[in-house]
Design a protein around this ligand. Structure first.
Ligand code: SF4
Ligand code: SF4
Length: 107
């Protein structure tokens, strides 16, 4: 069962909650198919981007409408940032919020 966020994780979240969207580094890694490797690492299949992902700009072509256009597109919430095992390790939300990091990801 999913645990509750720790006090430190909640503290980190509170420090960026007002500017949550700005945490995203626009790396685009979450817009590709992903799976877990044997060691639990996230493997990003860069040959399989979402059909709405623009490979030139690295941006979503339907950003404002993304949840309606793509039912598999998920908002990065606190719980996703902390517990989604397929969120890429390099994701700025994951780096900032999880205890596995030191919380010093650049914003
Ligand atoms: S719809 Fe979602 S997964 Fe697809 S490119 Fe846009 S933000 Fe990425
Ligand atoms: S992986 Fe994380 S930092 Fe990169 S685009 Fe997705 S939400 Fe933003």
């Amino acid at each position: 069962m999913e645990r509750e966020p720790s006090a430190k994780e909640l503290q980190r979240y509170e420090s960026v909650r007002e500017r949550w969207e700005e945490v995203c580094s626009r790396c685009g890694r979450c817009c590709f198919e992903r799976e877990l490797g044997d060691g639990g690492e996230v493997l990003v299949d860069y040959a399989s981007p979402c059909r709405f992902f623009d490979m030139g700009t690295h941006l979503c072509r339907v950003y404002k409408d993304r949840f309606r256009k793509n039912e598999r597109c998920a908002r990065v919430t606190l719980r996703v940032a902390l517990f989604d095992e397929l969120l890429p390790e390099e994701c700025a939300y994951r780096q900032l919020l999880r205890e596995e990091s030191d919380g010093t990801a650049a914003l």
